[in-house]
Design a protein around this ligand. Sequence first.
Ligand code: NDP
Length: 338
Amino acid sequence: AYVLVTGASGFIASHTVREFLREGFRVRGTVRSQGKGEYLQKLFAKDGPFDFVLVDDITKDGVFDEAVKGVDAVAHLASPFYTTGVKDPQELIGPAVKGTTGILKSIQKNNPQVKRVVITSSVASIMSLASRKAPVRYTEKDWNEDAVKHVEENGLKSQGGFAYQASKTLAEKALWKFIEDEKPSWDAVAINPPYVLGDVIHECEKPEKLNTSVASFYEWAAGQKKEEDTASQLGNWANVHNVAYAHVKALTVPEASGGRFIVSSGPLAGQAFCDILHSKYPELKNVPVGKPGTSDDINKDANVFVGDHAAKVLGVKYESLEQTVVEMVESFKERKWL
Ligand code: NDP
């Protein structure tokens, strides 16, 4: 089978492409520049058949019209993810929503033979951090009730975090509305991860350019955090290989049809990063010590995004945080970032 992966140059998407190739798929990626496409072609040379097409502005009408031709399935990952320096929430909402509706329309128009579409949503479209007091056990039944309202009320003054959450909420809602309204012959699945961590394989020239989730871990490993930061509860996390695998299974497991899947290993504390870094990489400088062994205590009243449904239906087997930290640090060392 032939699958189209949008935003193939990204952190999660590059792993997702590799997972598809290893499962025997042929993959076409969309990228924003020739250079990024060529980097991926080299990266996947031993994994299987990979080709790419240039799609620069995902907010343009019909921009995916050619890219969808001839494929059997689509995994849509391209979407902006940053929360600092947001001047206008539309920077995020525009590409998130128009990218999603755009690809769905192109499929309907030029390739309705597609069997299934998987969209990378997020726990951002599930959590209501302002209106629901922690600890909440969030499942796929929950929807973000806060972010869209916040953006409507605050406009250009919106907080970046809410702007991102609104972009993911509105994009996923647009998916399910499209399915309801258009009743296409193909079906869809949403994957909803929390902070995704793991080894970096995509093109990234320096740590300052890392994607948001890995960048937040890099600060710990690079000694940029303070002692008092260790007590912070950092939401929930998932390993990038687990998330990539979930995308592949979302397209191949019949029972996944129409589902949302939280892919999450549970809560994460800064202290847990420090404990693992000290035991595995004692040579790293300026990693805070904090209070070793207290991360369970820090996480005791944290929100939990329950990842059982993905384990059961998609067969995701969650990797440990220790393994994930090691994979991430090794990839930094390979690039001489540590
Ligand atoms: P990256 O920033 O590494 O990847 C984002 C991808 O989308 C890149 O390929 C990027 O292209 C592309 N992209 C971003 N903005 C635009 C735009 N305006 N027009 C066209 N393409 C664009 O982040 P991730 O891998 O983390 O994110 C991938 C997906 O996963 C996103 O949908 C994100 O919301 C979602 N997600 C991520 C989580 C995480 O913790 N990492 C958690 C939950 C969901 P380019 O390489 O050219 O910049």
